[in-house]
Design a protein around this ligand. Structure first.
Ligand SMILES: Cc1cc2nc3c(=O)[nH]c(=O)nc-3n(C[C@H](O)[C@H](O)[C@H](O)COP(=O)(O)O)c2cc1C
Length: 218
């Protein structure tokens, strides 16, 4: 295991809050590990294909029975799975789109969850306790007790994947209310949004330090 796997998902390249959180994490990482290897996948700019029939059959058919299309789809899945399994830590930045994760991130998850490799359904898990950090940006507010709290399916879904099934060392950092400065009716939330972003940037840096120190003592 040698690299940090860094995934960005925002479709927006400029002014993205989730990317800013990832940059804060990476700054600490680079300070502590100037020569550290980082594998960066920008799914917002360069998405990977959705899992299709060829990709599914690539895991079910023996190699000699696979078509060239199925072999190519399987090779992509292998590449993505290896990138994940070989990572000493993973950091994923993502917006909330339509109350859930972007389809780009769902495509990546669908490609990397492979039975017998990353998904063991109760057997020994190769990703057990691997540090995974989710850096999230929500346009609205979904803190406990907020009127929209239960509409947030980002965190519950990601917990099912990375905690319940992959048993990683999972941590969430979230900037809320990022649309407060632009959406009419949210003007009174601008200060709260600024506070949330400030806290999230500090938490992203803190999490990077914590992951680095846990790797140093492992
Ligand atoms: C297509 C789209 C759908 C969105 N859907 C939601 C939503 O359901 N709930 C919400 O709170 N914010 C929503 N937003 C706002 C984003 O979550 C917010 O702008 C966030 O900061 C985007 O992440 P980024 O700044 O890293 O690009 C949406 C934004 C876009 C572009």
């Amino acid at each position: 295991m040698s690299h940090l796997l860094h995934i960005d998902c925002s479709a927006v390249s400029q002014g993205s809050v989730s990317r800013e959180l990832a940059a804060a994490f990476r700054k600490v990482w680079a300070e502590e590990r100037p020569d550290g290897q980082v594998v960066h996948r920008d799914l917002g700019a360069d998405g990977i294909p959705h899992l299709d029939e060829a990709g599914i059959l690539s895991q079910l058919l023996p190699a000699e029975a696979q078509s060239p299309e199925q072999k190519a789809a399987g090779a992509l899945r292998d590449e993505l799975v290896n990138e994940l399994l070989d990572a000493e830590a993973v950091v994923i930045s993502s917006p909330m789109y339509n109350w859930t994760i972007p389809s780009t991130l769902k495509a990546w998850i669908d490609q990397v969850l492979v039975a017998g490799r990353t998904l063991t359904f109760g057997g020994p898990n190769p990703l057990e306790n691997r540090p995974v950090t989710l850096l999230l940006a929500y346009g609205g507010g979904y803190t406990p007790g907020a009127p929209q709290e239960k509409l947030n399916t980002v965190e519950p879904y990601l917990r099912v994947v990375f905690d319940t099934n992959l048993n990683t060392d999972l941590s969430f950092v979230t900037a809320q209310l990022t649309l407060a400065g632009t959406v009419p009716g949210m003007e009174n939330l601008v200060d709260m949004a600024a506070e949330s972003k400030k806290d999230a940037l500090a938490a992203a840096e803190e999490r990077a330090r914590k992951v680095l120190s846990s790797l140093a003592t492992a």
